[in-house]
Structure formats: structure tokens, C-alpha cells
Write a protein that binds this ligand. Structure first.
Ligand SMILES: O=C(O)C(=O)C[C@]1(C(=O)O)C=C[C@@H](O)C=C1
Length: 353
């Protein structure tokens, strides 16, 4: 078969796909009307997960599970916008890794509000200027993000989703040749994460100009053809700077975990994670006794991080804790009751890593 014939086949499949997508959206709109009446949440990650799982189980290929997920996450994100336009506040600037994480969940149709600090992102959702907040919480090389933990201690928003994103850096430039580059813009941390690459390409002797974000670096490189930037793919695209090298980070397993917060709570998905803050008295054995209850309730702890409680008197500590299960699981309900005065519940959400 020649190219024209193959393309004709694709066109006819696309016609059917479009028809089916329109049918799907019409039903989604009815779901939206129902939710408006009952006050139900538009974003239902546990339902989205169940759909992807069901489709992956019956799939005969050649589509992979990752391909199914990529396509359907965009379909869901578009569908949500047909139920109600979705506004998402995130730690900016535009082109940041958090922007990339936000787009991964909320797709091309949602409205995005980049903000300059993590606390501003929380504030935007409190003030109902946005429905969702997207912020980083931890990175496997740099540890927890203190500002996010501090905001979690103050907020009554709930974590409704988590997502892990590989952090890849690109080397972007308008210069034709490497030896034409006189300076490199990036964020301090990104220069550090790409040391081997810079050395191997003999770029360790030219000027490094640290700026506050990798997207600002991309912007500067777009205006200066004798320069380069180390930045995300999305920033390179945003400022239309050609990518010369991809994935230049020393540690290719560099990953950041992002959380999505909103003003509602998720239902159980059957494969959930829960986050809490526990405020424990400063006395011997208090953490031990607290964790013993998790063991007794057969709850699998995933993470624990201590944090001084700044507004408290004395030397009380908050512990940020992630564990498997959902707030409505009977064993976890019991545990919450037992430690009611010590626990601040942060949210239960589909486990993603
Ligand atoms: O099932 C729902 O609650 C819907 O709103 C429909 C739908 C979908 O497109 O299938 C859209 C958004 C939700 O996050 C989950 C699923």
C-alpha cells in the first residue's frame, strides 16, 4: 500500500475517533450537570485510574500501558474542562518543572496561573482564584522542600494527587557551534547537576551566569545568540531556543515528587497513600509509641520526615508521614481515632510511586 492509501485509512479512523470523542464528551457533560447539582468533585483521580487499569488489562497492543495512560490522561483533562473550566495555580515561572508536572495532569485546555512562591500558590487556592495547587514536595537528590511542608502545616486544603517526574535538563542555544558559546545561563542547582556534561564538552572554563529559574535562563538564551541555557524541555519550547543536547544531567534517576492540592477529598481507589503531620510531645518514646500503633494496625509506612514546629512553644516537632491506605479504611480510621489530638490529616490519594 502506498502513502496516500495508508493516510486515507488513518483519516477514516480519525473520523470515527472524533465521533466517539464527541459522544463521550456529551456524556461527560451530563456527569458534570449531575455533579453541579450534588456538589460532587469534578476531578476524580480514583475513577481515572480505574479506567486506565481496565483498558490496560484488556489491551492487545501494540499500544503500551504508558501510551494508553498518556492519551487518556489528556482525554480526562479535556473532559474535566467540559464539566467546568479548570484553573490551576503552580510554582512558576512558566516553563518550570512544576509547570511541566501541572500540564501532565491538567492538559492543554486548563487555565494555568504561575506564581512566584509556594505560599502564593496555596493562597491562590484558599482565595478560590484557582481550584488546584501544584507544588514540589521532595527530590531524590535534594530532599524535602521545607516551604511546602510548612504550608501543609497551616492549610486545610487536601492532597488529591501525587506525581513523580524525572528531572531532565537540556542544553539549548541559538548558536550553531559549541565553540561560539561565550556564557551559559541556568539555576545554581542545575549547573551542579550537569557538571560531568560541562566538563566533557570543555564548557567548564566559560562564564556561568546563575539566574533564579531555568526558564529565565531559557529566555535570556533566546535573546543572546552567543549564549546557552541549561533548562527544561518545556522552557526551551516556550522561548523557542533549539535543543543541542538532551538529558545532560549527571544522575539520570533524578526525580521530583509533586503534589496537587484542592478543597475536596478523594474516595478510596483500592491503592492509596495517605499523608499526615503528627505533632508529638518532646519526651522519650513518643515517636516510638506513635509508630508502634502503625505497626499494630498493619499499616505500611512509606516515608517520615521531621520538621521543627515554628509557631509552637517548647521544642515540639512535626513529623510528616506517608503511609499506604486510605483515611476511610477501617484500620486507619481506628488509628486516627486513637491519635486524634496528634494527627493533622493531609489527604488520601491514588498511590503513584
Ligand atoms: O466519572 C466522572 O466522575 C467524570 O467526571 C468523567 C471523567 C471521564 O472523563 O471519564 C472525567 C473526570 C473525572 O476526573 C473522572 C472521569
Amino acid at each position: 500500500m502506498n502513502l496516500d492509501e495508508l493516510r486515507k485509512q488513518i483519516d477514516s479512523i480519525d473520523d470515527k475517533l472524533l465521533e466517539l470523542l464527541n459522544e463521550r464528551i456529551k456524556i461527560v457533560q451530563k456527569v458534570g450537570e449531575l455533579k453541579h447539582k450534588t456538589g460532587g468533585a469534578i476531578y476524580r483521580p480514583e475513577r481515572e485510574k480505574a479506567i486506565i487499569k481496565r483498558l490496560s488489562e484488556q489491551n492487545n497492543g501494540p499500544m503500551t500501558e504508558a501510551a494508553i495512560e498518556a492519551i487518556f490522561l489528556e482525554i480526562f483533562a479535556v473532559a474535566r474542562n467540559f464539566e467546568q473550566p479548570q484553573k490551576v495555580a503552580y510554582l512558576g515561572p512558566e516553563g518550570s518543572f512544576t509547570h511541566q508536572a501541572a500540564e501532565n495532569r491538567f492538559g492543554a485546555m486548563s487555565e494555568y496561573i504561575p506564581l512566584h512562591s509556594i505560599s502564593a500558590v496555596f493562597k491562590a487556592v484558599h482565595a478560590k482564584r484557582a481550584k488546584f495547587a501544584v507544588v514540589p514536595i521532595e527530590n531524590n537528590t535534594n530532599g524535602f522542600v521545607g516551604e511546602t511542608l510548612d504550608e501543609l502545616a497551616k492549610t486545610d486544603l487536601k492532597i488529591v494527587a501525587e506525581l513523580y517526574m524525572p528531572i531532565h535538563h537540556s542544553f539549548v542555544t541559538k548558536a550553531q557551534k559549541l565553540h561560539n558559546i561565550k556564557r551559559i545561563y541556568s539555576k545554581d542547582i542545575a549547573f551542579n547537576q550537569c557538571r560531568n556534561f560541562l566538563m566533557e564538552h570543555e564548557l567548564d572554563a566559560i562564564e556561568y551566569i546563575p539566574v533564579e529559574s531555568t526558564s529565565k535562563a531559557a529566555k535570556l538564551a533566546s535573546q543572546d545568540p552567543e549564549s546557552a541555557a541549561i533548562c527544561s524541555h518545556i522552557a526551551a519550547k516556550l522561548y523557542q531556543v533549539p535543543v543541542m543536547f538532551e538529558n545532560i544531567e549527571d544522575n539520570h534517576k533524578n526525580k521530583t515528587r509533586f503534589i496537587i492540592l484542592s478543597d475536596f477529598e478523594n474516595l478510596q481507589s483500592g491503592d492509596d497513600k495517605t499523608s499526615i503531620l503528627a505533632r508529638l510531645f518532646d519526651r522519650p518514646g513518643s515517636l516510638y509509641e506513635f509508630l508502634q500503633s502503625f505497626h499494630d494496625a498493619n499499616v505500611n509506612l512509606k516515608k517520615i520526615e521531621s520538621r521543627p514546629a515554628p509557631e509552637e512553644e517548647g521544642f515540639d516537632y512535626w513529623f510528616y508521614i506517608d503511609f499506604e491506605g486510605h483515611k476511610d479504611d477501617p484500620n486507619i480510621q481506628k488509628l486516627f481515632k486513637k491519635h486524634e489530638s496528634e494527627i493533622k490529616y493531609l489527604g488520601s490519594y491514588v498511590k503513584n510511586g
